[in-house]
Ligand binder design. Structure first.
Ligand code: NAP
Length: 242
């Protein structure tokens, strides 16, 4: 910080694996909460604006889609750590924004990483059968939209909480069927499975989704629909992942 003297920090790093956070709550606290405290101290001292990425997992998933002012009630340690970090940010005097986002997908240069779209596309493209949860609902977020939201937030030095996602609610199964439709894959390869069958009925929110009015009005955020993002991703894959 002393060397670069930034005006803005965009803090994306986190311990994000739900089961790992459950198994090692001390490390989860260190990475997801204590690091935020340190960044906030620097931000306060040097008048730096902080943007922090948070998650729909701050909610219990019983009443989605959610507004920014809705009460949080996480059902796992990962969500709880993000709530703790959010509370510290909101209580501090630093200029800071919290961008909550949902099920992020898109093209990644690092081939070791994946997400729902890249995973489903690669499995179905290889004619592999997949099981996909049919009783968890989300509004998936194209990573390019999230990047735009981060830039808007930084340009405006916005403060407070903003919800960033797409606008249409999909079950994870429906999202994967949309992927199969777009790329013309055999949908009979996709079979439904319940959250309970994969041990996620208690520790994942069932139905999240966000109401985006605040981000649209105050940041000028314009979400891309899940369907419309797929041809753009197709072009990006051809360009970046040859
Ligand atoms: N992906 C989603 O669907 C989603 C949804 C809601 C919110 N979010 C939030 O968005 C942010 C990014 O998520 P993601 O999906 O990109 O997570 P991810 O794939 O798990 O990546 C996490 C990143 O954090 C870095 N990191 C972790 N511990 C670190 C440490 N001790 N020091 C330095 N870097 C460290 C990792 O570095 P390495 O590359 O070195 O491992 C990695 O680049 C997180 O804050 C997450 O909570 C994501």
């Amino acid at each position: 910080m002393e060397e670069f003297q930034p005006t803005h920090i965009l803090h994306t790093a986190a311990m994000t694996a739900v089961e790992a956070c459950e198994q090692d709550p001390a490390l989860c606290q260190k990475l997801n909460v204590d690091v935020v405290k340190l960044l906030l101290e620097t931000a306060e001292k040097n008048n730096i604006h902080l943007t922090f990425l948070s998650t729909d997992f701050v909610f219990d998933g019983k009443n989605g889609p959610y507004k920014e002012i809705d009460e949080t009630n996480p059902c796992n340690a990962y969500g709880a750590s993000k709530v703790a970090a959010e509370q510290i940010i909101l209580a501090s005097s630093a200029k800071a924004a919290i961008l909550r986002t949902i099920l992020v997908y898109g093209v990644i240069a690092d081939k070791k990483r994946s997400n729902l779209v890249l995973w489903a596309k690669s499995k179905l493209g290889a004619h592999e059968a997949i099981k996909v949860v049919n009783d968890q609902w989300r509004m998936p977020t194209w990573v390019d939209d999230l990047a735009d939201a981060c830039i808007l937030c930084i340009e405006k030095s916005a403060t407070g909480i903003y919800h960033i996602s797409s606008e249409k609610m999909y079950s994870v199964l429906e999202a994967v069927q949309e992927i199969a439709d777009y790329w013309g894959y055999d949908k009979s390869l996709i079979s439904p499975i319940s959250a309970a069958e994969i041990g996620q009925s208690e520790n994942r929110p069932q139905k999240t989704g966000f109401i985006l009015d605040k981000a649209k009005k105050e940041l000028g955020y314009r979400p891309t629909s899940f369907r419309d993002s797929l041809p753009l991703i197709d072009q990006q894959i051809k360009f970046y992942m040859k």
